[in-house]
Design a protein around this ligand. Sequence first.
Ligand code: SAM
Length: 354
Amino acid sequence: MAKPANSISVYYFQYKQRSSQRGIVGRLSETEIFNLLPRVIAAATPEIYPPGSILWHSGELTPQEMENCRWMTFLTQVDKLEWTEGRDWPVDELAATTNTLRQDYDAFQAFLETAMHQTIFSLDKDWVSTIAPQVFDYQSPARQSPYLIRAMINLSYDGDAIGCVLDPMGGYGQTLFECVLRGIDGATLEISPTASQRSAENLRKLLQRLQIPFEESQAGNCHLFVTQGTTQNRYQIVNGDTRKADEYLPNQQFDSLMTDFPYGVRAGSRTDKLVPTDYDRLLDAALPSWKRLLKPHGTIVMAYNLYTLPRETVRALIRRHGFRQRFAAVDLSGWISDKIHRDIVAFEKMTLPS
Ligand SMILES: C[S@@+](CC[C@H](N)C(=O)[O-])C[C@H]1O[C@@H](n2cnc3c(N)ncnc32)[C@H](O)[C@@H]1O
């Protein structure tokens, strides 16, 4: 790769830090770093880049590669670092330097401190200030992390375009925010009439803030927004019970279902009391209906609380209802509080050969 005579440039991909683990600077071999980056980026999965990874790449990136980076799971920011010293960087020395940096987290940090720093793109700042829950006036059932929703949508597909998403336990509608920002169709189903109503208010506010023209209508328990810009996107907010989800959304199928399953923690409670639950029965009852709403090989991505729903129970239910787990070897869990140890599971609809 051609480089300015006396400088080294590095792209530094930051991931949302989900573990306290230090010292990981990518998991790529030298060959991958220098030759295979486009393919590596295109194939990025949590197996290659486990949550908490920090990955860096020396050399230039094409606009297409930059675009591909955006789809990497949990990616939050890409920085370009320029490090210039009054001498040339022979390729073998560069290789040795990259190797040291990758193996030694402290050396990498020192490199960051001495380098010139330029953020190429950040998925965070504008995005968070646009859709962060605090911008909207909802507090309950819980403030949802936009990072979580984005990561879950990222996990639900392989990099090809995603068409439409359903959140079958949609709460106050954070999933729809992400759909709006991605310009894809979205729907939520939510049992609480208040949350459904607030969801519609939140969505209206977001479209107005983004100055996206839209038409709004209501029929029965379904609130529909259709955008009127260059593309027409549909956003449905349906009030109903997820166990009968397909009855509320007749003749519809989605590329992906993603949801933040109830955690069993009393919202707003100072003591964070756990609510007695039978979430295994709820999930068991919902899965057949969710499956009918999925296109063949469509994916469900679900966040849930390991303290109220054991991982083995979730896995057994997935298998029993004819799904195949994706990223099964990867631990996507993260400790949130004394009462929430959140796990994320992704599973794919299996279709029988005809
Ligand atoms: C963790 S919250 C989801 C929050 C959501 N991601 C948001 O942006 O606000 C779980 C939601 O599931 C809803 N829920 C619980 N049981 C349900 C059911 N049987 N059918 C539909 N929604 C249900 C709850 O009312 C709650 O809003």
